[in-house]
Design a protein around this ligand. Structure first.
Ligand SMILES: [Zn+2]
Length: 257
């Protein structure tokens, strides 16, 4: 069994054919979907999907860094009330994004720090977005880290040394997705030297579809293509990638699914 540790299947890109998407995933052995929230506007769709597939879908609550604007404190209040219902498996998607828009950098850092505190208080893992901001995110996590904090640096594209630093935080993993299959992205070459014990698989659907579907809508059924690429560069069997990454994901999310 595979686990997609990061997939936004509740977004409108899946409105037309979500049942077929879930079925295709199950047919390929992808049996659990961990769903990071984006912001207050996506909560209803997130909950609707989880109600429809309660055995396969596991929701997270958090404010995505690209949705951090001047009113982020109001937004966080809404999300915290939702998190307090106790229905969530992680605090995500949170982090920093210095690629799209740098005008709310200070607010992004504030929002991240606040949400890390939520995770510590509730002993939930954090799911981190670090686009063009790995060092800044890592430093902030490290400064707030304690033995309650665990999580994943999603869409990881840094060096094996950086993966080791993440691992050394204790209870943290790196999320590897479709980019590992992209020629010239450089991620495959790094993954060779990142131990499987540190890796969880993710699609980040609908974004970043792996080869041979690059450029199209991504979906969770493509997880085995990501696993196959990791197996190929590490010269090991896909089953080995599947078993270890599933074990890692179960440990991270404290689940047996
Ligand atoms: Zn995401």
């Amino acid at each position: 069994m595979f686990i997609d540790t990061h997939t936004h299947l509740f977004l409108k890109q899946f409105d037309e054919d979500i049942d077929a998407v879930i079925q295709r995933s199950l047919d390929r052995g992808v049996e659990a979907f961990f769903l990071p929230n984006i912001d207050a506007s996506t909560i209803d769709a997130l909950k609707a999907l989880v109600n429809k597939y309660p055995k396969q879908c596991f929701p997270m609550m958090g404010l995505h860094p690209c949705s951090v604007k001047a009113d982020y404190e109001e937004e966080l209040k809404l999300l915290k009330a939702e998190l307090d219902t106790g229905d969530y498996c992680a605090v995500g998607e949170i982090g920093l994004d210095f690629y799209w828009d740098k005008s709310f950098t200070a607010q992004q850092k504030q929002a991240l720090a606040i949400q890390i505190e939520w995770a510590k208080e509730k002993e939930l893992p954090i799911v981190l977005h670090t686009r063009d901001s790995f060092e800044e995110t890592y430093d902030l996590v490290k400064s707030l880290n304690d033995d309650r904090l665990t999580g994943v640096f999603h869409c990881f594209g840094e060096s094996p040394e950086a993966a080791q630093k993440v691992h050394d935080l204790g209870g943290f993993y790196v999320g590897i997705g479709g980019v590992v299959t992209f020629k010239n992205a450089g991620v495959a070459e790094k993954v060779v030297d990142i131990p499987l014990e540190m890796i969880v698989l993710e699609t980040d659907s609908p974004y970043l579809a792996p080869t041979p579907n690059r450029g199209k809508r991504n979906e969770s059924s493509y997880i085995p293509d990501i696993a196959a690429k990791i197996a190929q560069v590490k010269q090991i069997k896909v089953e080995e990638v599947m078993k270890q990454t599933t074990k890692n994901a179960q440990k991270l999310y404290k689940t047996t699914v």
